[in-house]
Design a binder for this molecule. Structure first.
Ligand SMILES: Nc1nc2c(ncn2[C@@H]2O[C@H](COP(=O)(O)OP(=O)(O)OP(=O)(O)O)[C@@H](O)[C@H]2O)c(=O)[nH]1
Ligand SMILES: [Mg+2]
Length: 178
């Protein structure tokens, strides 16, 4: 556990899976429709909790980056592209087993889903991987707070709860940056 109450979180996944969109949604409440590829961005996201303000320092990591030095890891793939799941499975299997981690399947709002819940379950059972998994959507805010809440509970205390979110629109409203 980091001493300063700032937890270093690696957000890892191949290009276009939605890493920056997740961070922008958490910091501004907005959803960015266009795609600009960016690597190695670091953003601090504060969370107001029943155990005080907790800060997460999110590093968006590209293909070959190591996750060893982080306090927590979010593995992200795009549910509409199996290839992104194939990549993240390898990262999960080779990842540090002692660091709290969560697997996130993004873009659950889209119809052309290629990776089903059964595929995720098969992976976990066959490979004996016990990792928390969430369907997710930065666009519709589905399970918006869940990955961070899960990691903060693991890192700080299982009784931790989030108190409120910074200027976040409700899931029904879809703000889009033009
Ligand atoms: N439908 C839908 N589109 C999404 C969602 N999240 C992200 N996108 C779109 O997917 C595209 C890629 O999102 P980014 O957040 O830029 O992806 P990234 O993982 O940061 O990509 P790199 O910077 O190249 O590593 C953008 O056009 C986003 O608008 C989502 O939950 N649903
Ligand atoms: Mg990005």
């Amino acid at each position: 556990m980091a001493a300063s109450n700032t937890y270093k979180i690696a957000l890892i996944g191949t290009g276009d899976v939605g890493k920056t969109s997740l961070v922008i949604r958490h910091t501004t409440g907005l959803f960015r429709k266009e795609y600009n590829s960016e690597q190695e961005i670091v953003t601090v996201i504060p969370f107001n909790t029943n155990m005080g303000m907790q800060h997460t320092k999110i590093a968006e990591l590209g293909d070959h980056s190591s996750t060893e030095s982080y306090d927590g890891i979010i593995y992200m793939f795009d549910l509409t592209r199996s290839k992104t799941f194939d990549y993240i499975k390898i990262r999960v299997l080779n990842g540090p087993s002692k660091i709290p981690s969560v697997l996130v399947g993004n873009k659950t709002d889209m119809r052309d889903r290629e990776v089903l819940w059964a595929d995720v379950e098969s992976f976990m059972v066959e490979q004996k991987v016990a990792i928390k998994y969430y369907d997710y959507s930065s666009k519709s805010n589905y399970n918006f707070e869940k990955p961070f809440l899960y990691l903060l509970k693991q890192l700080i205390n299982p009784n931790l709860e989030l108190i409120d979110f910074p200027a976040l629109p409700p899931p029904e409203l879809r703000y889009e940056l033009q």
